[in-house]
Design a protein around this ligand. Structure first.
Ligand code: SF4
Length: 468
């Protein structure tokens, strides 16, 4: 059996951009490092996949024990298919140079139905390409195929404790028509990908919105390195689609933009800040905002957004506080919801907030979108502000720090604090906790929380100085 050329993930990479596929296969050393956020997402996929197997109990798992052991996995899958074994997990097969592992195959009415599991709340076009490729390979491998389904997470599912109610946790969507309709596209896409890989040089493909969708490409460090700093393509405050549309219309650099473009106040703030290399401030606006604030109540939260809810009363991806630092100026509380979650972390967090006198404060300041939505839900009578959103807003814009909006990292970039060598961002902390929950109980982790709180307060002092 010849070694496969493509897998499901490399095929999808090629659907996004043929150059990305070529570089991945031939120049992998040019790849950027995966961010902690991307790695966290990847881990989430595995957990949901294992849960979906329980919907089809008694199956045989054919996943190779090692990436090089795929031949054995294929043999096992073929034997199970020939014997019409009722359920196969990770059915591993190869055809037309592509190796696939179908999440679940179920024998039904003399054909095989396939189920692709996704740890997301919605179906998108790339998922349809993904399942269509697998269906294509299974057909080419001689498997009599039946229906094609996507199993994804139901956003309305409410966890009530105990075992997950699988029938309600998953949504089953019949995508057989879409999959059948895409089979010709898959064949021609596959031909293009295989042809590109025969070439001596990488294809000449320019940067564009495809660098961001459906996934941020991990060759951006390479492909974007010669893009001028004042290129419209590098703006943060407008969408990639809009940036490249403007470039198409002839507006390549910031200086090409016209008064109409600057009606977007956020874009105006970004360009003012980045062209001068210093923060842009609308003093009246910022002064007014600061005047409206009473003594802020500081909250830094490490929150998890699990696809599979752990806490009764929560839904998939609802932020759950794992650990937090609270400060109201004089008093600081650092707490950790115990790893085993033997007490409801929401109750622990609310107790801490009240014991730190949250009732005496009108405005809660936090950092990051997860914490923002969590606090808005738990304290609807308070005003909640995301400090990090202030830093890149129409009234205040810093010309750095967008990439990893973590208070400590930002404070270090602003020269307010040192960054110790072992500095980790919130996403990295979350990843450490996900890999080893014991990390949450370390002193080092408590220090991180306390430093993040101090970082938020020093950033706030810096903002105050800007109106004087
Ligand atoms: S950065 Fe853009 S152009 Fe380069 S390989 Fe990735 S998607 Fe293609």
């Amino acid at each position: 059996m010849e070694k496969h050329v493509l897998s499901k993930s490399t095929f999808i990479r090629g659907v996004q951009c043929l150059k990305s596929l070529y570089l991945h296969k031939n120049r992998p050393f040019l790849r950027d490092k995966l961010t902690a956020h991307q790695l966290n997402k990847f881990d989430r996929g595995h957990e949901v996949g294992a849960l979906a197997h329980k919907l089809f109990p008694g199956g045989e798992n054919c996943a190779p024990h090692h990436p090089t052991a795929y031949r054995k996995a294929i043999e096992k899958t073929q034997q199970l298919i020939q014997s019409k074994f009722p359920v196969i997990y990770e059915a591993t097969l190869q055809a037309e140079g592509v190796l696939i592992m179908a999440d679940i195959l179920s024998y039904h009415n003399h054909t095989w139905d396939m189920y692709e599991v996704k740890s997301s709340l919605k179906i998108n076009q790339i998922y349809l390409f993904d399942i269509s490729l697998q269906y294509f390979v299974l057909n080419q491998a001689g498997v009599p195929m039946g229906k094609a389904y996507i199993l994804h997470v139901n956003e309305d599912y409410l966890y009530e404790g105990g075992d997950i109610d699988l029938e309600h946790f998953f949504k089953k969507v019949d995508v057989s028509d879409e999959v059948n309709g895409l089979q010709e596209n898959i064949r021609s896409m596959l031909n293009s990908e295989l042809m590109i890989l025969e070439e001596k040089k990488s294809p000449s493909i320019s940067i564009g919105p495809h660098c961001f969708t459906p996934y941020p490409c991990d060759f951006m460090g390479h492909c974007w390195k010669n893009e001028p700093l004042d290129s419209v393509a590098r703006l943060h405050s407008i969408s990639p689609a809009e940036r490249f549309q403007w470039i198409k219309e002839g507006f390549s650099t910031w200086k090409d933009l016209t008064i109409q473009h600057f009606e977007n106040e956020l874009l105006h703030a970004e360009i003012m800040a980045r062209s001068k290399g210093q923060p842009f401030v609308r003093k009246e606006w910022l002064t007014q905002k600061l005047l409206e604030l009473k003594e802020p109540f500081w909250v830094f939260i490490i929150a998890a957004e699990n696809a599979i809810p752990l806490i009764p009363g929560t839904r998939p991806f609802e932020p759950v506080p794992l650990a937090w630092g609270i400060s109201e100026g004089q008093k600081e509380v650092i707490s950790i919801a115990h790893s085993a979650m033997e007490r409801n972390p929401f109750e622990l967090f609310i107790n801490d907030a009240y014991s730190a006198n949250i009732s005496n404060h009108k405005t809660l300041f936090t950092a990051g979108p997860r914490s923002l939505s969590l606090l808005k839900k738990l304290f609807p009578d308070h005003e909640v502000e995301d400090l990090m959103q202030w830093l890149w807003s129409p009234f205040l814009y810093f010309p750095f720090g967008w990439d990893e909006a973590d208070p400590w990292l930002f404070a270090a970039q602003a020269g307010l604090m040192d960054v110790p060598p072992e500095k980790t961002s919130s996403e990295k902390i979350l990843r450490k906790i996900q890999k080893d929950i014991k990390f949450i109980n370390t002193n080092h982790f408590k220090e991180l929380l306390s430093t993040e709180l101090s970082a938020m307060q020093s950033i706030f002092r810096l903002i105050h100085q800007m109106i004087n």
